[in-house]
Ligand binder design. Sequence first.
Ligand code: ASP
Length: 328
Amino acid sequence: MNSRRSFLQNTLLGGLAAGTADFWAKALPAFEKPDKNAFPVVIATWAPNLKANAAAWEILSKGGYALDAVEAGVHVPEADPRDTSVGYGGFPDRDGHVTLDACIMDERGMAGSVSFLEHIMHPISVARRVMEKTPHVMLVGEGALQFALSEGFKKENLLTDVARKALEEWKVTSKYKPIINVERHDTIGMVAIDMQQRIAGACTTSGAAFKMHGRVGDSPIIGAGMFVDNEVGGAASTGLGEMVLRTLGSFLVVEEMRRGVHPQKAAEIAVKRIVRKYPKQSEEAQVGFIAMDKRGRHGGYAIHPGFSFVVYQREENKVYESAGFLAK
Ligand code: ASP
């Protein structure tokens, strides 16, 4: 390359890099001077996930990586047969299949996802392998299973007796109507910031109980069930996935925070968007969001009261009861 051209190119790239830094400094006034004591921090959907938070904290408090923390955190409900909406023990679809959806995202904005995956206890770890070992973001169904097996994951039966019995009972009426907050330990969505202020997120679920075979919800869709942007923060959702899919809820929350909106307000904006667009469906179904910005400030909000979330920060693992927009 002649020297004039390379000089021009270098100058241009240098200018661009400096310009980008300036742009962010101006665009994100809310992220100046974060309180260092705010880190590490982890937030997750639903009160029973205090244990998941604790598993993530184990890693974070030792200076570990946010991505490792969210993966280890969501492993807890994935392996717990008493949690009937995540992983092992999850309620099946109406044909008796436990089909799992999960996604993960790191501080570089890289992402991995699996959907309609059967027989694997920890779909989140398969999602991470998709991110790290394939040129793709998302693998589904049989292909996802083949990939998992080739990576050494074990094929297991995830349908418990309790879940099989619940399906038998459901078949008596076969009414498909997800009930607001009935489990109170729905999908887990988790966002963590480590000591180096790297942000990661994870989301994992067995989806809506007794769904149609082949149904995929919001949870494995980057931007719907979960989204993080290291410049801004992260968000995740739980509840009736169809309403989150149509509004790309987690992305919306993060984009609101990008404008400097507090995470609590950002979660409220996403909930209100759903209610405004789908007023009738919103009366009958729950959606909740958690949100956390790069400063470690957090919030959560839902269509109906009864949603809860958990935050581990400054050595304290705490349950927050979310307000609901349609509180009676
Ligand atoms: N959001 C999940 C889905 O629609 C389910 C849930 O959170 O309960 O698949």
